[in-house]
Design a protein around this ligand. Structure first.
Ligand code: NDP
Length: 258
């Protein structure tokens, strides 16, 4: 007996992707649209989102650009209202916007600590607050919905000078496990994706010299993941039968030890 898989398994679904103006979010928006989902793309850079929507439209998909700062709870709620009105209730939230600013703790880079906490934790929670009711409603109507949160291997592993970033990602992973237990019975699957190093703009924001040197060294010695590798993983998660929930996915560059 052979099984046939649809080339567009997400047809009829509505996906919201935060941090979609570059890197993992951008690639995932394009891929989820290729798989048939209508996508709403959120980030601050409107021009980048407009280019992305134009590319998705050209490829035959449907996309909605929503320029929002996810640390602004009211703005995210307004965006959620627009998604429901223009695309229908979201049944997939890829909660992905994040920033990584490593520095030795004794430097007291308190503004960078706060930026990471504001975006990686509060921004993530703002999206959960704005979209959970849509996910639950959509799951009741359509039989499945997905909340996929972007964590990191930093949630599990210990890296000197990455304490604050790693702690924000430990929050994301632990939160996801708890939400899975709460929302699973309502047919909302909850997953945490924990990538190793992916070549994106994330590394461009790093200012700490030691971390920059470590990143440059790793680039010379191993092949980093691409945003498309993560996008494919997100597409796979969302295309599984509704009974199957990958709760935590660690994806590493093959050559990255930890
Ligand atoms: P990028 O820097 O390329 O993407 C980050 C995205 O977040 C951008 O689209 C950015 O858009 C958006 N963003 C930043 N601030 C805000 C804000 N206040 N409101 C809304 N959107 C915002 O990096 P990645 O694609 O690598 O990062 C995506 C996620 O993956 C992050 O959570 C990161 O921690 C995680 N990750 C990345 C790894 C890597 O090695 N690259 C490894 C493990 C996890 P804009 O500036 O337009 O707002």
């Amino acid at each position: 007996m052979t099984t046939q898989t649809s080339p567009r398994p997400l047809t009829g679904r509505v996906a919201v992707i935060t941090g979609a103006s570059s890197g993992i979010g951008e690639a995932s928006a394009e891929h989820l649209a290729e798989l048939g989902a209508r996508v709403a793309v959120l980030a601050r850079r409107a021009d980048r989102l407009d280019d992305l929507v134009a590319r998705i439209d050209k490829a035959g998909g449907q996309a909605l650009a929503l320029a929002v700062d996810v640390t602004d709870a009211a703005a995210v709620r307004t965006a959620a209202d627009r998604v429901a009105a223009e695309l229908g209730d979201a049944d997939l939230l890829f909660n992905n916007a994040g920033v990584m600013l490593p520095a030795p703790i004794e430097e007291l880079a308190t503004d960078q600590w706060q930026r990471q906490i504001d975006l990686n934790i509060t921004g993530l929670m703002n999206a959960i607050a704005a979209f959970t009711s849509q996910l639950v409603r959509a799951a009741a109507e359509r039989g499945v919905a997905d909340l996929i949160n972007t964590s990191s291997i930093a949630a599990q592993n210990i890296f000197p000078n990455f304490a604050v970033y790693s702690a924000t990602k430990a929050y994301v992973t632990h939160l996801s496990r708890h939400l899975r237990v709460e929302l699973g019975p309502k047919k909302v699957r909850v997953s945490a994706i924990e990538p190793g190093i992916v070549g994106t703009e994330l590394q461009n924001h790093v200012t700490d010299q030691g971390a920059l040197e470590w990143l440059e060294g790793s680039k010379q010695t191993l092949e980093w993941l691409t945003p498309q590798d993560i996008a494919q993983t997100i597409g796979f998660l969302a295309s599984l039968p509704p009974r199957a929930n990958l709760q935590q996915v660690t994806i590493m560059p093959t050559g990255q030890p930890s």
